[in-house]
Design a protein around this ligand. Structure first.
Ligand SMILES: [Zn+2]
Length: 97
């Protein structure tokens, strides 16, 4: 069994990483995808539906709204806002000012 050397790669988003396998998955993109999926899991179901009804299924999209607009959505509770803020922060984003 030949041992594969790690090769330096750059993904479509411009992240540089090292992988020894043929797996093309970039670990940086993978982690960001995980954060994207987590943000809807982190909040209560009615709040999640409220976001999905507005087509907000990503943090990038969420960041185009004001905090007040999100809070006014039917089903959105004030308890979900700090969680959403935290998830935005994890990705280096924030609610629209
Ligand atoms: Zn990447």
């Amino acid at each position: 069994m030949a041992k594969q050397a790690k090769t330096r790669r750059t993904c479509k988003q411009g992240h540089t990483y090292y992988k020894s396998s043929d797996c093309p998955v970039c670990p940086v993109c993978e982690q960001q995808r995980q954060i994207e999926e987590d943000f809807l899991i982190a909040i209560a179901a009615p709040a999640r539906r409220a976001l999905e009804n507005q087509g907000i299924t990503s943090l990038d999209k969420l960041a185009t709204f004001r905090e007040k607009e999100i809070l006014n959505l039917h089903g959105m509770g004030p308890g979900s806002i700090p969680k959403l803020k935290q998830k935005l922060q994890e990705k280096g984003l924030a609610f629209k000012a």
